[in-house]
Design a protein around this ligand. Structure first.
Ligand code: DAH
Length: 345
């Protein structure tokens, strides 16, 4: 009986040594048979009780040898089969095939235009300030000296958040002025680019979402002449050294005096004729000296400090820069349209 069991185990060891699984699947069958929780050696090891005492040690050693043989064989087979499979798939690789084409991304024309504007102002010491698009009416209107009954506060023009009379999508980038001035004392010299929202009918010329760049400069002795010089510098950098500007008196609740600035593009090209409605002049921004009331609302002493501010729309400048006819193209995300714009900026 005892000899028989020794023979059985030796036979299993031979079986293990000569096993040649053809693939990873057969290797798994091998593993289950010799190393799994119900492997063939298990019932045999239980037989130790029937082995005479003087042979128990040999029996244990033989069982262990069988286990180790199975483990080593399994590891070696696994390694061989895996490398074989890998070299097989490497052999199927066509090293002469052309590579996958790399799709180069493009910047959105609005971002390109905005970056260009930011760049121009950064060169003369303005720093970028970014704030939230969901604003409260204090920053968007009250601080900016827009009274309760001002038409701009009308529900018709402003997107208020659902069930709210105070939270809204900002209607301009001017609340960034209030955000910065309430936390920082002059000198302040910021440029605030971003998206704004108004409840307008969507057409080729206007949209319910668009972009603005706000500028604010507050310090001692800041004058209207400083503003004019800064804006002239901007116009020359943006539209070319020969561009002419004109400031027309205007009204904004947050500036006094207020003006609108036009740049002279001429009517020589068809697009400039169209864009300026035949006058040669394109209105690009609103500006003015910060109303002392606004400074006071934000905790800045209007006796000590003065400032100028301006706000410009991006879309109209982008239309001209890239010769685009319809503002809606900016928001449709048509890849064929977007792919046309490449620039390092
Ligand atoms: N916030 C104004 C608008 O959306 C634009 C503007 C005008 C901004 C004059 C200013 C400013 O900072 O001084 O129409």
């Amino acid at each position: 009986m005892a000899t028989e069991i020794f023979d059985k185990i030796n036979a299993i060891i031979e079986e293990i040594e000569s096993a040649r699984p053809a693939g990873l699947e057969e290797l798994e069958t091998f593993r289950i048979k010799y190393l799994g929780s119900k492997n063939v050696l298990k019932p045999l090891s239980g037989e130790i009780r029937n082995i005479p005492n003087e042979r128990k040690k040999d029996f244990g050693l033989l069982i262990n040898k069988a286990k180790q043989t199975a483990e080593q064989k399994y590891k070696a087979l696994e390694f061989d089969l895996q490398t074989a499979e890998e070299s097989q798939s490497a052999a199927n690789l066509d090293l002469t095939a052309p590579g996958e084409p790399i799709e180069l991304g493009a910047r959105h024309p609005i971002a390109l235009t905005m970056n260009r504007i930011i760049n121009i102002f950064e060169r003369i010491g303005f720093v970028v300030a970014e704030e939230r698009e969901i604003e409260d009416d204090w920053h968007n209107f009250t601080a900016m000296n827009t009274p309760e009954d001002h038409p701009a506060r009308d529900m018709q023009d402003t997107f208020y958040l659902k069930d709210s009379t105070t939270m809204l999508l900002r209607t301009h980038t001017s609340p960034v002025q209030a955000r910065v001035m309430t936390r920082q004392q002059p000198p302040i010299r910021i440029i605030a680019p971003g998206r704004v929202y108004r409840n307008e009918t969507i057409s080729a010329r206007s949209h319910c979402q668009f972009h603005q760049v706000e500028g604010l400069y507050v310090d001692e002795n800041v004058s209207f002449a400083d503003m004019k010089q800064t804006l002239l510098y901007f116009a020359r950098e943006m539209f070319g050294p020969d561009v002419k500007i004109r400031l027309r008196p205007s009204f904004f609740p947050f500036t006094e005096p207020s003006a609108e600035m036009d740049v002279y593009l001429g009517t020589e090209t068809e697009k400039d004729y169209r864009l300026t409605k035949g006058t040669g002049w394109l209105e690009i921004l609103g500006c003015g000296m910060v109303d002392p009331q606004v400074l006071e609302n934000c905790g800045i002493d209007p006796e000590k400090y003065t400032g100028f501010a301006f706000g410009m729309g991006i879309e109209r400048q982008a239309l001209r820069l890239y010769d685009i006819a319809d503002i809606r193209a900016f928001f449709e995300n048509d890849v064929r349209f977007l792919k046309q714009f490449t620039s390092v900026m």
